[in-house]
Structure formats: structure tokens, C-alpha cells
Ligand binder design. Structure first.
Ligand code: C2E
Ligand code: CA
Ligand code: CA
Ligand code: CA
Length: 279
């Protein structure tokens, strides 16, 4: 009872009050952003051996009218809590698929893939499969060019629903990558039940290659795990040539990070593809 009393007094702490107000403001602004379409997408290339571009990850940006670019780390959690992630996530999927459709028309870009982040709330909607099917039909995007990035916690939420949906979407040709791999609490035996196409090594491990011996070991373990499962492995947050070389040496030959490109607007990506692919 004492603790509760202390907490209720704390609620009137002016800093606490300010935080509550800031959150309410952010929520209002986010609602407006959804209505007015203040979002844009950035694309970060995914690169294979010989620095061949195999595709890109799609990352949402919020261009706030007064605050400028707001980081997804700030608004994605709130979007998830409020359910605003549902219209946002659908818009991301539609925009990414429309982009895939445009690339399909040119031989130089037809094989490029896009990886889209899917939040738990979005994935576990009853009609998520129908939404994906509708977007694919409306845009004409090839399903096998689309990869969905899921998180461990999303999959843990409801394992049976997750596996069933993944199998249905895979039958349509979509691929799945396990995002932030190694940061969750899930057991390996459970993860091997998921029909995955790719593990994505989290940047927290990549960052410490050559600094923290245990993280280098974790990276090697994840690569070994992907190899024994017969699936791809990609590393995110690759910033240095030393990190890239370590990864390659241990069998990870797909990379993403500032070493190759920051996330950029589509015009910038396409400009680079023009020169790189002779498109
Ligand atoms: P994530 O999926 O783990 O994405 C990787 C984040 O690392 C991105 O941050 C990316 O810009 C950043 N990054 C990439 N390469 C490097 C590097 O070499 N060094 C460093 N330090 N950072 C790098 P971003 O774009 O700010 O996105 C943050 C998170 O927001 C994402 O983490 C993802 O969880 C979420 N997010 C972004 N877009 C979407 C979306 O469309 N839908 C959903 N549900 N979540 C999204
Ligand atoms: Ca991701
Ligand atoms: Ca990550
Ligand atoms: Ca993530």
C-alpha cells in the first residue's frame, strides 16, 4: 500500500506530467500523420558478394510538420500501442509492392527484392493474409520478390497462428526473415519450427565483432545455425570493412549497413542502381 501511495504521488510530479502530455501530443500528431500521409519510405540496400545489390529493406520515415524527421524508434512503439500501425503498415506494404511492380518492367531490376518490416499487431490481424493477397493483386508485384521481416516476439505471441500464416504466405511465394535475430528470449528448438528463409543477425552483435569476443562467437553461432537449417543469413548494421570481412570469412555473404549505403529515398537508390546495373 505504501508503494502504491508513493506512486500516486509521483503521478503529480511535473516531469511525469510533462511526459504524459508529450505522449498525448505525439499520439495526436501521429493520428494526423496517418490521415494526411506524412510518411515516406527510405530504402537501404542489401548486398551480396562482389557488392552486388540483391535488394533493399524498406524503412518508414515520418516527416513531422514542425519537428522534421522523427525516428521510427520514437513512433513505432506508440503506433503499435494505439493500433495506428495497422493503416501505416498497410501503406508501407502497398508502397513497397508498387515499387516492386515498377522494377519488374526492367530486366536490370526485375530480380531485386524488397524486405518489409511487419509488426506483431499487423501480422496477427485476422485478415492479414487477405490484405497481402489484395495488395499483390492490386499492384501486380511478384510475391517471390517480397520478403517479410518478423521479430521473435511477434512469433512467440501466438506460435500456431504464426506458423499457419507463414505457411500460407510461403505457398504464395513470399519469403520470411527473422529480424534482430539473437536478441529475443525464444528457445532455438522453437525457432526451428518456423518456416523461415533467412536469419538476420542483429546489429548489436555485428557492432562488437573485433571488440567483444562473445559477440563474435554469437555471430559465428547464428551463421552456423542458418547453415544447418539450410537458410540464408544476412547481417545488419555492417559499418566497417573488418566486420564485413569477418562475416564473409565465417560464411555470411549477405550484408546491410552504412558501409554500403544508408537508408535513402527511392530517387537516390534508383540513381545508384542506374550506374551500378547499367540500367
Ligand atoms: P530494424 O528493422 O532493426 O532496422 C534497422 C535499423 O538500423 C534502421 O533504423 C536502419 O536505418 C539502421 N541501420 C542500418 N544500417 C545501419 C548501420 O550500419 N549502423 C547503424 N548504427 N544503424 C544502421 P531505422 O530506420 O531508424 O528503423 C528503426 C526500427 O524501426 C527498425 O529496426 C524497425 O524495427 C522499425 N521500423 C522501421 N520501418 C518500419 C516499418 O515500416 N514497419 C514497422 N513495423 N517497423 C519499422
Ligand atoms: Ca528490419
Ligand atoms: Ca535490428
Ligand atoms: Ca526490428
Amino acid at each position: 500500500a505504501k508503494t502504491a501511495g508513493r506512486n500516486s504521488i509521483r503521478f503529480f510530479d511535473p516531469r511525469m506530467q510533462a511526459a504524459v502530455t508529450a505522449r498525448a501530443t505525439l499520439e495526436n500528431d501521429l493520428r494526423t500523420a496517418v490521415e494526411q500521409g506524412q510518411f515516406t519510405l527510405h530504402y537501404q540496400t542489401q548486398v551480396g558478394c562482389g557488392t552486388r545489390v540483391v535488394g533493399a529493406e524498406v524503412l518508414i520515415r515520418w516527416n513531422h510538420p514542425t519537428r522534421g524527421m522523427v525516428s521510427p524508434f520514437e513512433f513505432i512503439p506508440l503506433a503499435e500501442e494505439t493500433g495506428l500501425i495497422l493503416p501505416m503498415g498497410l501503406w508501407v506494404l502497398q508502397t513497397a509492392c508498387a515499387q516492386l511492380r515498377r522494377w519488374q518492367d526492367h530486366p536490370a531490376t526485375a530480380e531485386l527484392q524488397l524486405a518489409v518490416n511487419v509488426s506483431a499487431r499487423q501480422f496477427h490481424q485476422d485478415d492479414f493474409i487477405e490484405q497481402v493477397v489484395t495488395v499483390l493483386r492490386q499492384t501486380g508485384a511478384r510475391p517471390d520478390r517480397l520478403k517479410l521481416e518478423l521479430t521473435e516476439s511477434l512469433a512467440l505471441d501466438n506460435v500456431d497462428d504464426t506458423i499457419a500464416k507463414m505457411n500460407t504466405l510461403r505457398a504464395l511465394g513470399l519469403g520470411f526473415s527473422m529480424d534482430d535475430f539473437g536478441t529475443g528470449q525464444s528457445s532455438l528448438s522453437y525457432l526451428t519450427r518456423l518456416p523461415l528463409d533467412q536469419l538476420k543477425i542483429d546489429q548489436s552483435f555485428v557492432r562488437n565483432i573485433g571488440i567483444q569476443h562473445t559477440d563474435a562467437l554469437i555471430v559465428q553461432t547464428i551463421i552456423g545455425m542458418a547453415q544447418s537449417l539450410g537458410i540464408d543469413v544476412i547481417a545488419e548494421g555492417v559499418e566497417t570493412e573488418a566486420q564485413r570481412a569477418f562475416l564473409e570469412q565465417h560464411g555470411c555473404t549477405l550484408w546491410q549497413g552504412y558501409l554500403f549505403s544508408r537508408p535513402v529515398p527511392i530517387e537516390v537508390l534508383e540513381h545508384r542502381l542506374h550506374s551500378a546495373l547499367g540500367w
